[in-house]
Design a protein around this ligand. Structure first.
Ligand code: SAM
Length: 266
């Protein structure tokens, strides 16, 4: 099992710190009705998760991991596939987990962590997530350090759909091989009633993408391509902001208010 060497292309940094593994795997153990682990690797989290009396399934791209995982799981608990190609709704239905509160846990492959996160946000049955990111990405998701990180499209999306908490920071020495960066684990609990509903995800994401694509530009300059000027003037007045302000200076509530008002009028 330990002969498996890390494949850099798959973002393989195996967690060796058992304290972090225990903390992560307890996070939503008393709330979840089904657990999906993404990228279990050799099974450092899997071995703890398999002991909870909760239906459990894993998705791992690297078929070399099937052997070590078989120590903790049956074959029918493993999907050997690229998570980005898995239809999560279909998988959840096939597992017979429709309507269950699902918890996704992962020490994410950092090269595709944001893509995976967005895929998970869009899946309504996923109520809880415990996800490890590289620290720079975690700081784009929410402000857990004293640094006042500027608002980003990703932060606004995550704050809209989830109650977020920092579970722990993780030092490179907690992995083998150690990554070059610090890591952080974020705990996500989905809101029952987000400010913007999930069926508007695409519309919200498009609005934020436009706004943050040129984040050094003034918002009025960006938005006038899409909305009439008089509507923009009224809307900015309503949220007490200037059209010359930049998107990253807005707080979450102001961005959502801007989105909702422009959507209502146009
Ligand atoms: N969970 C293990 C741990 O904590 O030691 C491994 C974590 S390692 C950072 C990331 C894992 O994700 C690896 O096992 C890797 O093979 C897997 N992985 C990478 N890309 C993947 C993808 N597209 N779909 C599914 N799994 C993937």
């Amino acid at each position: 099992m330990n002969k498996i060497t890390a494949n850099k292309k798959l973002g393989q940094h195996f967690l060796t710190n058992q304290h972090v593994a225990q903390l992560m795997t307890k996070n939503f153990a008393s709330d979840a009705e089904g657990i999906i682990e993404i990228g279990p690797g050799k099974g450092v989290l899997t071995k703890y998760l398999a002991t909870w009396q909760i239906p459990f399934h894993v998705i791992e791209k690297d078929d070399r991991m099937l052997e070590p995982l078989s120590e903790f799981l049956n074959d029918n608990q493993i999907t050997c596939a690229d998570i980005l190609k898995v239809d999560l709704t279909e998988l959840i239905n096939t597992l017979g987990w429709t309507g269950k509160k699902i918890w996704v846990i992962s020490n994410l492959p950092y090269n595709i962590s944001v893509l995976i996160l967005l895929q998970l946000v869009k899946s309504d049955s996923i109520k809880y997530m415990t996800l490890m990111f590289q620290k720079e990405v975690a700081e784009k998701i929410f402000n857990f350090t004293n640094l006042k990180n500027p608002m980003s499209s990703l932060m606004c999306i995550c704050l809209n759909y989830f109650d977020l908490k920092l579970l722990c920071k993780v030092h490179p020495g907690s992995f083998s091989p150690p990554p070059k960066v610090e890591s952080a684990v974020i705990s996500f609990k989905r809101f029952d009633h987000p400010e913007v509903a999930l069926n508007e995800f695409d519309s919200l994401e498009q609005f934020l993408r436009r706004l943050f694509q040129f984040k050094r530009k003034q918002m009025g300059g960006i938005l006038k391509k899409y909305y009439p000027l008089d509507v923009l003037v009224d809307t900015f007045k309503m949220i007490n902001k200037e059209m010359t302000d930049r998107a990253e200076s807005l707080v979450f509530k102001e961005l959502i208010c801007l989105y909702k008002n422009l959507k209502k009028i146009c």
